[in-house]
Design a protein around this ligand. Structure first.
Ligand code: SAH
Ligand code: SF4
Ligand code: F3S
Length: 493
């Protein structure tokens, strides 16, 4: 636990009788979901309670993402909507946290003058103290980490360290699933990507902290832990002669009672080594799902992206995965319309998708990010309509593959960790004895069936009878406890 978190905890600054109301909106990746959980946990300790809308709150926080321009423009548009409210209620505090706060810094105050607080992802532990200063009338507050050239390596690293001592189960996607950060930052510097600037240098957390947090999560009732890192399989931590890698962490956390499933995202193709794959194969709690973005199927594009591997390297990695874990589900990310991408480059990407048969792919149109090497070196020369067409084409190819591979599950029985009511069920407002429930298989496939909310958090056998490209549809098979004196049927069915 960092010293600053301690001091924030030891000096509660708010009388809980005057409870403050917090609204937080989160966009971006799993890192941001985890950061929001952490900030809410720290503010609850200061007497804040969480509300569902900005109108009901006296403190409004936006946790932001800078990975594409669109994500930033949406935040600025949402901030603009708060202008009238802030003029009518100047006492309300509006804050911007996360990657866009780190990237734009004072620009946030210029573009949205009614914002009171700007906090980068490496400085989140300071939010309680900064909110207090604003409440005391000390004016706008900003806390950001050092830029990648603004100090010694050690100073820069420390300024990005906002490790995770506090957790709040109510903020999680479900009470049974939690993210656990094992690595912050990134040193890969892919030419299109802003993340090394917003999240700072790559640093592995000490294994002892990770293990302690896993025990705490298990104690809170969590059954599935997903390790997070930008290149999570590049994780390393050195203590004297001893080096800990991701495979070692998986082995350690595998021993934690109560934890049933372990996942990790996002992997970097070059670091998907045999030992890690064999560990995933041999540890029964390890999910056989691997997210290893390829980004492109053209060597020329990969080189301009500075991804550090060729298409042949990627195929070699896929062969290694299929050889060691034949039933692994692999997913990928792609950027279409990157600088100089020709029709032929794009066709090579289509071929890569066809050959690798990913479970699913996240496909993005290239978005220029000021401050990156690509923005400096290469013109953004693929027109937007071409990017859109390539995006749709690649998605259609991927969806057809996903559908074909999902159909292979018809008639099969899968073990599903039940997450809760499905999104459709919530949208339709279904209640009563039967609701559409959803969960995931060990290889991260989404399964839905008609069930009930008591099933949430259990691992159940589901017989699959239909499939679309994104979803398997099934029926829960009867679970019987045969070791009991007389066979008992579980009441969750
Ligand atoms: N660390 C992860 C992903 C980080 S960002 C990794 O390296 O795989 C998530 C995805 O956003 C990336 O995989 C990439 O496909 C996409 N992305 C990143 N920068 C982008 C940009 N400038 N324009 C469009 N997509 C981008
Ligand atoms: Fe960005 Fe590349 Fe790092 Fe992923 S590996 S976060 S794409 S720089
Ligand atoms: Fe976005 Fe930052 Fe994640 S830029 S993708 S929120 S690391």
């Amino acid at each position: 636990m960092s010293a600053e978190w301690n001091s924030a905890l030891e000096t509660p600054t708010c009388d809980s009788s005057t409870q403050r109301k917090l609204f937080i909106e989160t966009v971006g990746c799993q890192m941001n979901v985890l950061d929001s959980e952490m900030v809410v946990a720290s503010l609850r300790r200061q007497g804040y309670s969480l509300v569902d809308s900005a109108a009901d709150a006296d403190t409004i926080l936006f946790n932001t993402c800078s990975v594409r321009e669109h994500a930033e423009e949406k935040v600025y548009a949402n901030l603009a909507k708060l202008k009238k409210m802030k003029l009518a209620h100047p006492e309300k505090i509006v804050g911007v946290m996360g990657c866009m706060a780190q990237k734009d810094q004072r620009i946030v105050f210029e573009r949205a003058p009614y914002v009171d607080l700007v906090v980068g992802p490496g400085q989140l532990h300071r939010i309680p103290e900064l909110l207090q200063r604003i409440a005391e009338g000390q004016g706008k507050q900003m806390a950001v980490s050092l830029g990648r050239r603004d100090g010694s390596q050690d100073e820069i690293r420390r300024s990005h360290e906002s490790f995770d001592p506090l957790r709040d189960p109510t903020m999680r996607p479900t009470p049974f699933q939690a993210y656990l950060r094992i690595q912050i930052g990134c040193d890969k510097f892919c030419t299109y990507c802003i993340v090394p600037m917003t999240r700072g240098p790559e640093q592995g957390r000490p294994p002892s902290q990770i293990l302690a947090e896993a025990h705490e999560l298990a104690r809170q009732g969590c059954k599935e832990i997903t390790f997070l890192g930008q290149t999570v399989n590049s994780y390393r931590y050195r203590e004297g002669q001893r080096e800990t890698r991701l495979a070692d962490l998986l082995e350690m956390v595998h021993e934690v009672d109560g934890i049933e499933r372990l996942k990790f995202v996002t992997s970097y193709p070059k670091d998907m080594d045999r030992r890690l794959l064999e560990t995933v194969r041999d540890l029964p709690k390890c999910s056989t799902y691997l997210h290893v973005p390829a980004q492109s199927g053209s060597d020329a594009v990969l080189k301009r992206m500075k991804r550090g591997y060729t298409v042949a390297d990627y195929y070699e990695m896929m062969d290694r995965i299929r050889d060691i874990i034949p039933d692994a589900a692999v997913s990928s990310d792609f950027i279409v319309g990157f600088c100089g991408e020709t029709e032929r480059d794009f066709e090579q990407t289509v071929r890569l998708v066809e050959r690798c048969r990913f479970k699913n792919s996240f496909i993005f149109k290239y978005s220029v990010r000021p401050g990156t090497k690509a923005a400096e070196l290469y013109p953004d020369d693929v027109p937007d309509d071409v990017k859109a067409r390539r995006n749709n084409e690649l998605l259609a190819v991927q969806n057809a593959i996903s559908q074909e591979d999902n159909l292979k599950f018809l008639g099969r029985r899968v073990e599903v960790l039940v997450e809760g009511p499905s999104k459709t069920s919530i949208r339709r407002g279904e209640s009563g004895p039967l609701r559409q429930m959803m969960g995931r298989t060990m290889c991260d496939r989404i399964v839905v069936w008609d069930g009930n909310e008591r099933q949430a958090g259990h691992t159940l056998p589901v017989l699959i009878h239909d499939a679309s490209s994104h979803t398997l549809f099934g029926t829960v098979e009867t679970v019987q406890i045969t070791s009991a004196p007389e066979t008992v049927q579980l009441n969750i069915l």
